[in-house]
Design a protein around this ligand. Structure first.
Ligand code: PHE
Length: 480
């Protein structure tokens, strides 16, 4: 029905989706957010949202990709035609492409920090260093536009090359090496943490669920993290779904992705906090957790340079398999829409994202404060780009849930999910009502003025509005 490629092996979608999901979100963002939000309670809410919101939307997004067999934008155009719905639903594709472009621009810069620390570790330059030396080193890295640009450039070129080589030679064979290596190295780091750090403290920090400790913001942060970590709402999963063989059950696959992604985050959390507590460091220190605290822990440990080097290679592997999933949907669109060759499309996407990434680079030094961005938006360019993606991703997820929940027919969904009526009914309840409601909260989190009890109230309004809009857009004559 279309000229689109299909993965050569049945298991490749799972491999690719896990590669996309597992990244800086699991290894850097999850531990630091958990540390900031007090541990167990955050994890409980995060896990609940993964399973009640994340998995249904993961199924929905894959479904839209596999049903259309096109890149997100062209796919949504196709689906609005075949389902007699408003062209406005195409915005799912556009939002996704915009998010991918924006996320890649800063993701690449942050991943670049891991290149720096891989180098620092392997050359042994931090062995025996104290806390001041290490945070001064981190500050010095952030203060150097040249160094940040160099790493950013290296990372984005590596990502572009993998995607440019095509899904079979590039993504597929790349992931076959990256993912298993990733799991093994992560387990090695965990084993090291267990024997040399304070595993007990880490486990009790992560798994003591005291839900009363969690602030409203903590709840919202946990939900936001569940979106980011599963790569939802921006077309990555839809693009990969378009290459997925039709025989495989979406339900099982989505479950497997969520379980693996959560397991990696937990193992990473246990490993990182074992090291953190073992070295008597502060768990709640924020985004610097991985890039300041870990090198310090590694500096103090026997064989720390080696363990640290291996760990940052793991981070890079995870980051690159995520960044290739950011390039894929946009590149696939450029190929389909403008008849570019695959390398041309990748080059265009990567070049534009690279250029935008320079704003993130500058946000940590020359444009750190007092420039046009601060005046206009009250934040750095990097923070502004992050804010945009924080709005676009949940919004995309909300629209995906609504479209899949209301526009797709029973038989279409059953064909994709390959499950029984009970699971179908549960899924549809979740995508029609539960997921949109939860996503509305995440979306509203981005509005700083909306605090406390206003959030549920306005959330309810948004949901009602979304349903009204959904009903209006959907001329549901395809229902059989
Ligand atoms: N899920 C990735 C991570 O955890 C980040 C990502 C978000 C990748 C969105 C693709 C799309 O690092």
């Amino acid at each position: 029905m279309s000229t689109h490629n299909v993965w050569t092996h049945k298991g490749t979608f799972l491999l690719a989706a896990v590669g996309s999901a597992v990244g800086l979100g699991n290894l850097w963002r999850f531990p630091y957010l958990t540390g900031e939000n007090g541990g167990g309670a955050f994890i409980l809410v995060y896990a609940l949202t993964i399973f009640a919101v994340g998995i249904p939307i993961l199924i929905a997004e894959t479904m839209l990709g596999r049903n259309s067999r096109r890149s997100p934008i062209m796919g949504m155009r196709f689906l609005t035609r075949t389902h007699n719905t408003s062209r406005a639903w195409e915005s799912i594709g556009w939002l996704g492409a915009a998010s991918a472009f924006l996320i890649l621009s800063f993701y690449s810069v942050i991943a670049g920090w891991a290149i720096h620390y891989t180098w620092q570790m392997l050359t042994g330059s931090l062995v025996g260093a104290d806390a001041e030396t290490i945070s001064a080193g981190f500050d010095a890295l952030l203060a150097s536009p040249a160094l940040l640009t160099l790493y950013h450039t290296l990372f984005i070129i590596a990502s572009g090359l993998i995607v440019g080589m095509g899904i079979h030679k590039g993504i597929e064979s790349g992931l076959r090496i990256i993912m298993p290596a990733l799991f093994i190295i992560l387990l090695v780091v965990l084993a090291y943490g267990v024997t040399n750090g304070d595993f007990r403290a880490a486990a009790s920090f992560l798994f003591t669920f005291n839900i009363a400790d969690l602030s409203l913001e903590g709840w919202l942060a946990a939900m936001g993290q569940s979106f980011f970590t599963l790569s939802l709402g921006m077309g990555a999963i839809m693009a990969y779904g378009a290459y997925m063989s039709s025989e495989i059950s979406l339900t099982r696959t989505a479950l497997a992705i969520a379980v693996v992604d959560t397991a990696v985050a937990m193992v990473a959390g246990l490993a990182i906090f074992s090291l953190v507590f073992g070295a008597g460091l502060d768990a709640g220190q924020g985004p610097g957790l991985m890039f300041v605290t870990l090198p310090l822990a590694f500096a103090e440990m026997p064989f720390g340079a080696l363990v640290g080097g291996v760990f940052f290679i793991l981070v890079l592997g995870a980051a690159i398999s995520s960044s290739i999933s950011l390039i894929e949907p946009v590149a696939a669109f450029l190929v389909e829409r403008f008849d570019l060759t695959r390398p041309q499309a990748v080059f265009a996407m990567v070049l534009a994202s690279w250029a935008l990434g320079l704003l993130t680079v500058a946000s940590f030094n020359v444009y750190a404060e007092g420039t046009i961005f601060h005046t206009l938006f009250g934040r750095s360019a990097f923070e502004f780009i992050e804010l945009l993606t924080n709005i676009f991703m949940p919004l995309g997820g909300l629209l995906i849930a609504l479209f899949a929940g209301w526009a797709l027919t029973h038989s279409e969904v059953m064909k994709e999910m390959r499950t029984n009526e009970t699971w179908f009914a549960i899924w549809r309840l979740l995508v029609r009502f539960v997921a949109p409601a939860a996503v509305a909260f995440v979306f509203l989190r981005a509005i700083p003025q909306v605090e406390g009890y206003l959030i549920p109230a306005i959330g309810a309004l948004v949901i009602v509005g979304a349903f009204a809009a959904g009903r209006t857009f959907l001329v549901d004559d395809s229902q059989g």
